[in-house]
Each structure stands twice: as C-alpha cells, then as structure tokens.
Design a protein. Structure first.
Ligand SMILES: [Mg+2]
Length: 313
C-alpha cells in the first residue's frame, strides 16, 4: 500500500495538464508518455472513441489489441453501452474488427449492475428494467416482473433502472417508484440524460433515473462510468487474470485506463487510483482536451501510440 501511495504521489507531483501534454504531442515529444506508462501491467479500455468510432474500428486499434494479447498484458473493455448482453456486443465488435469475440473481456453498465446485485443482494428479489437481451446478464438471479412486483405483498430487495427502451414506461417506473419508496435498494446503470442515435438527440434512461431521484429524495448507486463501481470491477477481474498467470499482485495504480472522455473516463478512473490516459480519436480534439481542465497521466493521439509507448519487457 505504501508503495502504491508513494508511486501515486510522485506521479501527482510531476503531472502536467492535458493542455501542456497536448502541446508536447504537437511537438512530437513522447518521452513523457513513455515515462507515464512505466510499470503499467494491465489496461481498462473504453470502446467508443478508443477502439471504434461510429461502429468502425479506429486505425491501429485492432493491432494494438493484438499487441496486448501477444505480450500477455490483460485488459478489459469498459463501456456504458447497455442495451445488449455482452455476447451480442462481442459479436458486433468481432464483426467490425475481425478479432475473436470475447464477451468475458467486456464490462458494460448492465453487466456491472448485474455483478453488483450478485455481490450485494445475493438471492434477493430484483426488479430490473433492462432490454430483454441485456437482462440475460442477470441469469441465475431472482428477477421479478413489474406486474408481479406490484401485485405481490413481498417487496423487492433492489430496483435496477437501465436502458430498457419501451419498458421504461410510466407504469413500470411507477412500480419502481413504489418499491423504492418502500425501501428497495436503488441501482442504475448510468445517469446519462441523452445520447445520439440515427434519430438525432435521444432521451436516455439517466433522465428517468434523475426524475426518480428527485421524487424519492435519494440518489441511485450508479454502476456504469463514471462510477467507481465499474472501475473497481474491472480492476478485480484484471487482478484475478494476473494471479491466474502467476504474476505479483496487481496494484490499482498498475492499471491504465484509456478513454476519449476527459471526465467520464480519465478523471473518473484516476479518482479510483488507476492511471488515466486520454486519446484524441473520439469525443475531444486537442483544443477541447486542453480546455477541459482535467488532469491526465498521459495524452496520445491513438491507443496504438499508447501501446507502442509501453516499455519493452
Ligand atoms: Mg468513449
């Protein structure tokens, strides 16, 4: 623990702002990136804006993943996309990249919420508002339909609000509200108020989560990014990978998160103790990254540049 703290303290002293690192990028000075990557033993990778953009692989990202595999550096892909089960998402990813589908390497806001209820409400009655495909993440857990929750006299133990599409109806949210008022644990996949679909800006389930929070006067436990829950889950899985391979205990500070969102990826991961690296292949360009005011351990043009900056073994 002491080693971990010391290492983080030394990083903090030296850490430049994203704006300063963006200038370094422009000038081709990459020693800072190599130094920031020293000691990194595992990765948490965002999907959209790091591996894929608008459904297409970002140049170099497939080779970067292959390099991590070849070097036996474990990783998890963490995404707030939660409309489908990980097997569906992995199949889509495999089709786009040509890499094998490995659902066990993906953590979605839905799978993180399912893992959360498995750990914190074992055997509990759960009211989960999710798409039918995403609800498969709760296989083996005790799900109760909104109709049964409302009709029964036994309260549910936890309510999970996710991306349920049409199932996020007034009737179902009203059932959820009554169960939550009755004392059920309040869990949500994320708090995103809207997102962009082919229809344009589209209402997201986070807006309804915030509505319930306002009605109840209490906050939900968020399981997707930027919540610590999903990052801790990823680190726990990576730690298990390293232990299985016979490696020394993986510290949280040995894990690098690579994302395209300065706040929801980089700042959120750093709050949990991971290193946070920003790439410029998604949400922000160099100017927006600098203007965000967020501190990062490193900034790179692409994931490929980060993987290329790893020290040789
Ligand atoms: Mg992203």
């Amino acid at each position: 623990m002491r080693v971990c703290n010391d290492r983080r303290a030394s990083r903090r002293r030296a850490e430049p702002t994203i704006a300063a690192m963006s200038n370094d990028l422009r000038d081709g000075l990459r020693d800072d990136l190599r130094a920031a990557l020293a000691g990194v033993r595992a990765f948490v990778l965002d999907a959209d804006g790091v591996l894929l953009y608008r459904g297409e692989p970002i140049p170099g990202s497939t080779v970067a993943l292959q390099t991590l595999r070849a070097r036996a550096i474990p990783y998890r892909v963490v995404t707030n996309f939660s409309l489908t089960h990980r097997t569906t998402l992995a199949a889509q990813f495999s089709k786009a990249t040509g890499l094998p589908a490995e659902p066990e390497l993906i953590i979605t806001a839905a799978s993180a919420a399912a893992e959360y209820t498995r750990r914190h409400h074992p055997g509990g009655r759960l009211l989960v508002l999710a798409s039918p495909d995403a609800a498969r993440e709760w296989a083996g857990q005790h799900l109760v339909s909104p109709e049964d929750a409302d009709a029964g006299s036994t309260p549910v133990d936890a309510v999970v609000i996710g991306d349920a599409g049409e199932a996020l109806s007034f009737a179902n949210l009203d059932v959820a509200f009554r169960q939550l008022r009755g004392g059920a644990a309040f869990i949500a996949m994320h708090r995103n108020p809207w997102w962009v679909t082919p229809k344009g800006p589209t209402l997201d389930s986070g807006a309804l989560v915030m509505g319930l929070e306002a009605a109840l006067g209490r906050r939900a436990v968020i399981c997707g990014k930027p919540s610590p829950v999903v990052f801790r889950e990823a680190v726990a899985e990576l730690r298990a990978d390293v232990a299985r391979a016979g490696g020394a205990r993986l510290l949280t500070s040995d894990v690098a998160m690579v994302g395209d969102d300065p706040r929801a990826d980089v700042a959120a991961a750093r709050r949990v103790g991971l290193r946070g690296f920003l790439v410029l292949t998604g949400k922000v360009d160099r100017a927006a990254a600098g203007a965000s005011g967020v501190r990062a351990d490193g900034v790179a043009e692409t994931l490929a540049e980060i993987v290329a900056g790893l020290p040789p073994r």
